[in-house]
Design a protein around this ligand. Structure first.
Ligand code: GLY
Length: 369
């Protein structure tokens, strides 16, 4: 089936409305009615790729290094200096970090100015730009300061994915797999049967995949905007993943300090967010089987799907103890027990509290000693 070049989806989020526009060609978002003024935010990479002729533009560092107070303040300072009013808009053009930062800054400026996002990575298209979570990292904690502030418009231009480095593309694919597991059997089938086209970044197929993911996530966040229930299901695999990211990529000093001075991809034993999520999904399946929650045949199927896309299985240079400690920092912790999103089978997701000891034993069994 040929996908029509432009499609829209509307979601009601926390009293506001987000329109998601899907197109083949990447474009800087347009707002309706037009904004009184714009502040367009790029990172160094997206400025070069998509920013020709765009004024006024602000450039922030690439990746998580952008998610700092000083950059949120710098965007607000630019907005003041340029005389942006509340009817002006901040526009974030980039991956998850640019989207999170720009949305955070926009939520603060004059108690909230207009906001549009143009995600340029698969991960930002299917997750970060959708659903109104904003945030910066602080004192070693990821997204510990943030707001709920949905974009008025999210423009998804699939052609932006053509230039995406392989590692980042695969990182987004893990979130696509997660979304399929949460509630889209047709997408699960597509991922299982059309690996070559998915990895070959077939534009029509990608448009369809991104639309499916946005539809699933949009439905979940419409129902539970502030994560008091079902939205937590979007964290499938993430408790394990955040722990792995923090011990392998970020070092003992924590998130922000651990990234200082590193180029993305330059860290020893670095795991991208998506690779960590894929590993985390596999561990969540193991944990579910161990606790008698997850259907064992389903867990094996998921394992095969993760294998099909070549996600790493083995975790070197990490200890089970270190990972469990890192989980203690997770926002999802409740007292002495950790909370995990588990699945009975495709589309049936539950949240369970689990003892640290059971998690440590599971990790040791998975080869983390
Ligand atoms: N990335 C998870 C959420 O938006 O809730």
């Amino acid at each position: 089936m040929r996908v029509e070049p432009t499609k829209r989806m509307d979601f009601r989020l926390g009293g506001g409305r987000t329109t998601v526009v899907f197109q083949r060609e990447f474009r800087i978002p347009e707002l309706e009615p037009p904004a009184a003024g714009l502040l367009v935010v790029f990172d160094r990479n997206t400025r070069g790729l998509f920013g020709a002729g765009v004024r006024p533009a602000v450039v922030v560092p690439r990746g998580e290094a952008a998610k700092k107070w000083k950059h949120a303040l710098a965007l607000n300072r630019e907005a003041v200096e340029r005389g942006l009013t509340r009817t002006g808009a901040m526009v974030g053009v980039g991956g998850g970090a640019v989207c999170d930062l720009t949305a955070f800054a926009a939520s603060l400026y004059m108690r909230g100015c207009r906001l549009a996002l143009a995600p340029t990575t698969l991960l930002a298209m299917v997750d970060a730009a959708i659903g109104g979570k904003t945030g910066i990292n602080y004192l070693g904690y990821k997204n510990v300061i943030g707001t709920f502030y949905p974009a008025e418009v999210v423009w998804i231009g699939i052609s932006a994915l053509e230039s995406l480095p392989e590692e980042e593309y695969r990182s987004g694919l893990a979130e696509v797999i997660k979304t399929a597991l949460l509630g889209d059997p047709a997408l699960y089938e597509t991922l299982t049967r059309r690996r070559e086209a998915v990895l070959g970044r077939d534009a029509d197929l990608l448009l369809e995949i991104v639309r499916s993911c946005v539809a699933v996530k949009g439905r979940i966040v419409e129902e539970d905007f502030r994560e008091s229930g079902r939205r937590a299901h979007l964290n499938l695999g993430h408790t394990f993943a955040h722990a792995l990211e923090s011990v392998t990529t970020l070092g003992k000093r924590g998130f922000t300090a651990g990234l200082r001075g590193r180029r993305p991809g330059a860290g020893v034993g670095r795991w991208s967010h998506g690779e960590a999520v894929a590993w985390g999904i596999a561990r969540a399946m193991d944990l579910g089987v161990r606790l008698g929650v997850t259907d064992a045949a389903y867990a094996e199927e998921v394992d095969r799907l993760l294998d099909l896309y070549g996600f790493r299985r083995s975790v070197r240079r990490s200890s089970a103890e270190g990972l469990v400690d890192a989980m203690g920092k997770d926002k999802k912790r409740q007292g002495d027990r950790l909370r995990f999103v588990l699945q009975r089978r495709l589309g049936e997701t539950v949240v369970e509290e689990v003892d640290d000891a059971a998690v440590r034993a599971l990790l040791e069994e998975a080869g983390v000693s």
